[in-house]
Ligand binder design. Structure first.
Ligand code: ZN
Length: 119
């Protein structure tokens, strides 16, 4: 799998999951995904539906939980899947924010978007 952009997520995937888990995360499907800053709640469909809860700060992941029966090394593939999804979500949000900021610090008066970067 590709490296994640958000370092705290990448650290978990790199140091706390096994190669086997990483190669299998896409076997499951994200059924529900909610992200508020610092908090992710997701439901992942594997053999059954599993609930994943992840809490994080800018520098590290502070809580990782999945209610599936996985008891081997590292975290389960559902957690890996949710981290991949969250990383993508954060990256897209960042891109959107950069585009918005760039258009509104320019002198382009044709910009009709209203967002908080307007001055
Ligand atoms: Zn799991």
């Amino acid at each position: 799998m590709k490296a994640l952009h958000f370092k705290p997520f990448q650290d978990v995937v790199q140091y706390h999951t096994t190669a086997k888990t990483r190669s299998r995360y896409a076997d499951s499907a994200i059924a529900l995904f909610e992200l508020t800053p610092g908090k992710i709640r997701a439901t992942v469909a594997g053999t059954r539906l599993y609930n994943v809860a992840i809490d994080y700060t800018d520098t590290k992941v502070v809580r990782l939980k999945c209610n599936c029966p996985y008891d081997q090394d590292g975290y389960c593939k559902h957690i890996v899947h949710v981290l991949v999804e969250a990383d993508l979500y954060l990256l897209n949000k960042l891109k959107t924010r950069m585009i918005a900021a760039a258009c509104c610090v320019s002198t382009d008066t044709s910009c009709s978007k209203t967002h908080r970067y307007h001055r």
